[in-house]
Ligand binder design. Structure first.
Ligand code: ZN
Length: 301
């Protein structure tokens, strides 16, 4: 990295010193448009208007991300900030579903990657974390193209490559895969298009899902009480197990847009009837823990 960050950093030291609360207020005003994605232009504006250091800015973003976390089981808040190759920042936090199984948990680093996918980031250069990434996340991050060279950064200023934390790793290259989950291309699944916006969005999510190992492309669209629609596709992993379900990806879309899971009204899942992997039972189960009245329609291609 982190040349883009370093150059931004050097631009912002001619202004008066602010106390932490003033800084937070200024930054909140600048980034009020989006809570979970901060563009490189906005980062530049923050450096121009304050004397903040990169370390302090990241600390504020991580603390901010933590406030959106939902650790209903662990009560342990995680915040993470990813930086793409252009210098845009992507926030993430951990989400847990009380009453569900622990494998449904979305980790902060996973949230960041889904956020990157949603917003079209093509390469994640670095990720700042409030705690060392767990083994599960190390494996998940290894699915990124050039993941081994992803820089993991800590609050004390130290940083190391993912390859340092994941030695002798098993990854996409072991299964003959090229590319990675941020550079995937659209899948040509055959399914009749629909005029229903919820179904349409679930189909689009399935088409852009990442399932290179099983070809079990699947997408999910969520409609909330205000009729807003959120969506996401599954994200497989070479090791299979840190795989994100299409509902989890759609839930991140919803949360990062400022909505609440409790507002979910309807859900559509699109998956293959002959696929080796089915998400239907798992999603039905997790929806019951949110609200038993949520309706789910499963459409098979
Ligand atoms: Zn983790």
């Amino acid at each position: 990295m982190i040349s883009s960050i370093e150059s931004q950093k050097s631009q912002g030291n001619e202004f008066a010193l602010y106390c932490d609360n003033d800084l937070k207020q200024i930054i909140n005003e600048i980034i009020k448009e989006s809570q979970f994605v901060v563009s490189k232009e906005t980062i530049k504006e923050i450096y121009n208007k304050t004397n903040i250091t990169q370390e302090k800015l990241i600390e504020i973003f991580i603390e901010k991300a933590k406030t959106f976390s939902s650790p209903k089981i662990s009560e342990y808040r995680v915040g993470a900030v990813g930086v793409d190759s252009c210098g845009n920042y992507y926030l993430g936090c951990n989400i847990e579903f009380i009453g569900s199984t622990l494998d449904q948990t979305i980790h902060g680093e996973q949230f960041v990657v889904i956020n990157c996918l949603k917003n079209g980031a093509n390469k994640l250069e670095a990720i700042f974390v409030s705690a060392p990434p767990c083994g599960y996340c190390r494996q998940f991050l290894n699915e990124l193209e050039d993941g081994k060279n992803l820089t993991i950064c800590f609050g004390d200023g130290s940083k190391k490559l993912l390859s340092h934390f994941l030695v002798n790793s098993f990854g996409p290259e072991n299964l003959g895969m090229k590319g990675g989950l941020l550079t995937r291309s659209e899948n040509n699944i055959v399914i009749q298009n629909s005029n229903d916006p919820l179904i349409k969005q679930a189909i689009e999510a399935a088409r852009s899902s990442y399932a290179p190992y099983t070809n079990s492309f699947a997408g999910c669209a969520i409609q909330t009480n205000d009729n807003t629609i959120y969506s996401g596709g599954c994200i497989e992993n070479a090791a299979y197990n840190p795989t994100i379900s299409p509902f989890q990806a759609a839930a991140v879309d919803l949360i990062s847009s400022g909505n609440l899971l409790i507002n979910i009204k309807n859900v559509v899942l699109v998956e293959g009837k002959s696929s080796k992997v089915s998400y239907a039972a798992q999603i039905e189960s997790i929806l019951k823990t949110i609200n038993k009245d949520i309706s789910i329609i499963v459409i098979n291609y």
